[in-house]
Design a protein around this ligand. Structure first.
Ligand SMILES: [Mn+2]
Length: 317
């Protein structure tokens, strides 16, 4: 990581007074942990800040420090610095108009590990090789000599564990594991993180996973695992986080190039999740061609349509 760039980011933060921290809709553990880490830094600097996510946060407040401060609405966009974390594109913040039409005195700092799509920030820190945005933020803490307290350690570890599927995904590097170890030594609570990220499945969500598993098929033409969830398979009380690990779990299927999970959403759209463990396959290309995005090994897209059963599988109509 470029230490100078990380220090420049800190200078930008220090010189701002009224700051917005924004993450992507349907936030995952890394997005939330990264935002909470930034909130912890800003509160230590006595800065005025707001945490924003367009989706409602459903995790218990005890998961991460500052989680209860999140708002899913924006009243007046009067910030002098907007910090955007873990968003592959500006669209994912759901603040496109506000950000792209900002005043010249409103600066944007972007910290992310998705592949670059478009420039829009005043200062961009991007490392697609990093396992998590929280991993980049670890280097940010180090570069700026910020003491890693229990809260910060919890955020870094939570982001790393959720974005690597508990060290299962190929993005896990020796540095990733070393950082996790250092966070444990700094007081991060591994059991508490696991309770909130992995051991948080209700019986209803387990049964939904079961439906997806029961329908799993292999398309031999592409050697791709494939399954669907219809909207009636997913009871309303099941949260996005409970379904979050399903695609990752399906990617444990052996002898395939990857997996595709298609889910009929209540709004009439279809969400697709792609995973691969093959070093030479980049599923983000396929996701991007369908208007989505993501990482080389884990990506997703949303399309308009309806799932229909055919003789030997499913199609989108
Ligand atoms: Mn991430």
């Amino acid at each position: 990581m470029d230490t100078q760039l990380l220090q420049k980011a800190y200078t930008l933060i220090e010189s701002a007074e009224n700051i917005l921290i924004a993450i992507h809709e349907q936030p995952d553990g890394d997005a939330l942990a990264s935002a909470c880490l930034m909130a912890e830094i800003l509160s230590r600097l006595n800065k005025k800040y707001e945490l924003y996510c367009s989706s409602r946060i459903t995790q218990p407040d005890s998961f991460l420090p500052h989680l209860e401060e999140f708002k899913n609405y924006q009243e007046n966009f009067n910030f002098d610095l907007i910090i955007i974390l873990d968003c592959g594109s500006v669209e994912r913040t759901k603040l496109v108009k506000e950000i792209l039409n900002r005043r010249p005195d409103q600066r944007v700092l972007e910290i992310d590990h998705h592949p670059k799509i478009k420039d829009y920030a005043d200062l961009e820190i991007r490392d697609p090789a990093a396992a998590a945005t929280a991993e980049i933020l670890y280097y940010f803490l180090k570069a700026n000599k910020i003491k890693i307290n229990k809260n910060l350690a919890n955020c870094v570890l939570a982001g790393i564990l959720t974005d690597t599927g508990n060290f299962l995904y190929p993005s896990t590097s020796p540095a990733t594991v070393n950082i996790a170890s250092e966070m444990l030594a700094s007081g991060a609570k591994l059991p508490q993180i696991m309770e909130n990220t992995w051991r948080n499945k209700s019986i209803a969500s387990m049964k939904t996973w079961g439906k997806a598993l029961a329908r799993l098929k292999i398309n031999r033409q592409y050697d791709f695992g494939f399954t669907v969830l219809k909207s009636e398979d997913v009871p309303a009380e099941i949260t996005e986080e409970e379904l979050e690990g399903l695609a990752g779990f399906l990617s444990n299927l052996n002898e395939v190039n990857g997996i595709l999970l298609l889910r009929q959403m209540p709004d009439g759209r279809i969400r697709g999740s792609l995973r691969t463990a093959r070093p030479n396959i980049d599923v983000s290309k396929l996701a991007r061609s369908l208007g989505g995005g993501g990482h080389t090994k884990a990506a997703g897209f949303t399309v308009e349509g309806k799932l229909e059963k055919t003789e030997n599988g499913w199609k989108i109509i």
